[in-house]
Write a protein that binds this ligand. Sequence first.
Ligand SMILES: *Cc1c(COP(=O)(O)O)cnc(C)c1O
Length: 469
Amino acid sequence: MSDRDDFAAGPLDSRRAQIEALVPAAMRLVADWEDRFGPYAVHPSTALDPAALDAALSAFAQRMDTNYPFFHPRFAGQMLKPPHPAAVAGYLAGMLVNTNNHSLDGGPATTWMEREAVTQIAAMLGLPDDGIGHLTGGGTVANLEALFVARQLRPGTAVAHSAQSHYTHARMCHVLGIESRAIPCDAAGRMDLDALEAQLKTGEVGTVVLTAGTTGTGAVDPIRDALGLRDRYGVRLHVDAAYGGFFTLLARGRDPLVPADLSAVGACDSVVIDPHKHGLQPYGCGAILLGDPDLSRFYQHDSPYTYFTSDDLHLGEIALECSRPGASAAALWFTLQLLPLEAERGLGPILAASLRAARDFGGRVRDGDALVLLQAPPLDIVTYFPDRAAASAVDAASRAVLEAGMAADDPVFLSLLQVDADALAAARPGLARDADGASVLRSVLMKPEHELATAWLHGRVSALAAAAG
Ligand SMILES: *Cc1c(COP(=O)(O)O)cnc(C)c1O
């Protein structure tokens, strides 16, 4: 697969063909709607000078040229990939109208699309059908809202989250003036529930944040057992499923492809999920879901500007953000029309392909000589490192592979994860602990195309690891 032409096979072409079909269709749909309102005089101030346009376009192309190829299987680094062409078309149509889902006044069509899409996601997660929820700018704001609601319900108590949870939890607790406590994890990166229970016994913790798919390794916390602790200690359970939430699609059935704890997400009190991670959406699309509709009382406010056209719920009445892009809702709704949240068709097979890619690549790493597997991938994130005898050498070799991979003629784009010496030594017996920890390599295989490129990827990274000093 080192020959560049090998990558030009079917899947890339079909993505481009989808864009070329869907984007003009979205433009036409909006133009037809606009035409219904009759012609109007165009103001000369909005005219473009063709020469200036040429210059701006070539400057733009130059800037865009420096991007990493997130769309390509060569990009096996961070959690980044382009949105599905359906999302691009939906977003484009929504953006051309530029609705504001703050209120039904600003986004009459897209508010209903948002409500339907959020209902579908809540059903996928197994949340109660009368819960409330909405889209946000991303997982950060969604988690901020969940922690805000938790603070209102459990004033004066601390929030516990795992040591491997996203850094946003400690940070947003700081913003909200809540104490946060990091709970240690086991070797697989899952919250240690004995350590959690010791904290709960103090009576000082009111809310526990569980992570369904950590950003570093994809670990899923023991959610089912945590439900028992909720009953015993009366704490509130929030699940940060920003990364892993869509994998619940594959958690049911006789042979679940993913950790069974994902099927317990819906029994928790609030959930955050990021459609801009595994829901095929462009950035700017997170979601917060609350099981209890009465919690809307915490958002109460008056708006002298909006909420005039309808007595139905305006989403601004249950959100902290004011203006929000209706285009995000249009993109998500339209995507779900084409790719429903189902295991056997739509999104399910896309996610299943990236899981198989991670397992296959992880197996190749484990069976080969040049690399060591840090842990079996719980989802689609593989963590591994060049086989070296000491922690400091692992660190140097991982960094060298990252750099050399990006600079090569046959490039590969990876990412790094900082891990402690215990985790390294558990994966590679006999490792000299001459440092507290090391950077290891991390590949988020979140594109289905990665399934077709694992042999190439393993060969490429192994060669780089062997060559790294
Ligand atoms: C990405 C992520 C976040 C942060 O969300 P943004 O969408 O980047 O704001 C929080 N938690 C987890 C588990 C994540 O993967």
